[in-house]
Write a protein that binds this ligand. Structure first.
Ligand code: DC
Length: 213
């Protein structure tokens, strides 16, 4: 196994940074949040609005990655999972242990087959405990909210900065305080606060650790 594990809260730049890093290292990038989002989308589409219903349907859910796109039951859902509604729902369903167990196995299986940069909330602590390198990215709530606000504007989505901030605080709270695999820094992970760092500087910092410079 060769793996780089990246964890951190919503808006810490994980996805963009992990993607850039994977490209530099010429290995695959795996966005585990997209998998929780895919299950949330399925729950929404099929009205799986209780724990019991979701549990019963879970083994029939087929999730695949092709390049950097995610497929649910053969359909490309890469864009559909990026709504605020799915963000909230994915945070909610990610607390169920049966959802986590299924996704962790898929993630571990991917990492067994090829070198990866994998990002999420529990990669360094649960999924890839033996990863070669572990990073925990974070940034102040204000910087994270501003980033999401700008991303939304680019996509033509108009949500106030205050609402985004409230949503990030709520999601942090859910992710950090859930009973199973809460978001936390692994004891052997390197902490990077990127509130005042550019994406490039953040990636370079990680590369210099990995290359032993
Ligand atoms: O990284 P993201 O915002 O796309 O993740 C969506 C939700 O999925 C997030 O609120 C928490 C959950 N998640 C998780 O519990 N464990 C992971 N490894 C990745 C995401």
């Amino acid at each position: 196994m060769y793996a780089v594990a990246i964890d951190g809260p919503a808006g810490s730049g994980k996805s963009t940074i992990a993607k850039l890093l994977a490209k530099e290292l010429n290995i695959s990038y795996v966005d585990t949040g997209a998998m929780y989002r895919a299950i949330a989308l399925k729950a929404k589409e099929e009205n799986l609005d209780t724990e019991e219903k979701l549990k019963n349907e879970l083994e029939n859910i087929k999730i695949d990655f092709q390049d950097n796109n995610i497929f649910l039951d053969e359909k490309d859902i890469s864009d559909e999972i990026r709504t605020e509604e799915i963000s909230k729902l994915s945070s909610k369903i990610s607390k169920y242990p049966f959802v986590r167990e299924k996704l962790v196995l898929i993630q571990q299986d991917i990492a067994k087959k090829k070198p990866v940069v994998m990002e999420g909330r529990d990669i360094g602590t649960v999924v890839l405990k033996d990863a070669d390198y572990k990073f925990y990215l974070t940034a102040s709530i204000d910087s994270r909210a501003m980033r999401r606000y700008k991303q939304n504007l680019e996509k033509g989505i108009d949500i106030s900065l205050e609402d985004i901030k409230a949503e990030i605080i709520q999601r942090d709270d859910n992710d950090k305080n859930r009973e199973h695999s809460p978001l936390k820094q692994a004891s052997d992970a390197i902490l990077i606060d990127n509130s005042d760092l550019s994406l490039r500087d953040n990636v370079d910092k990680m590369l210099s650790v990995i290359r032993g410079e």
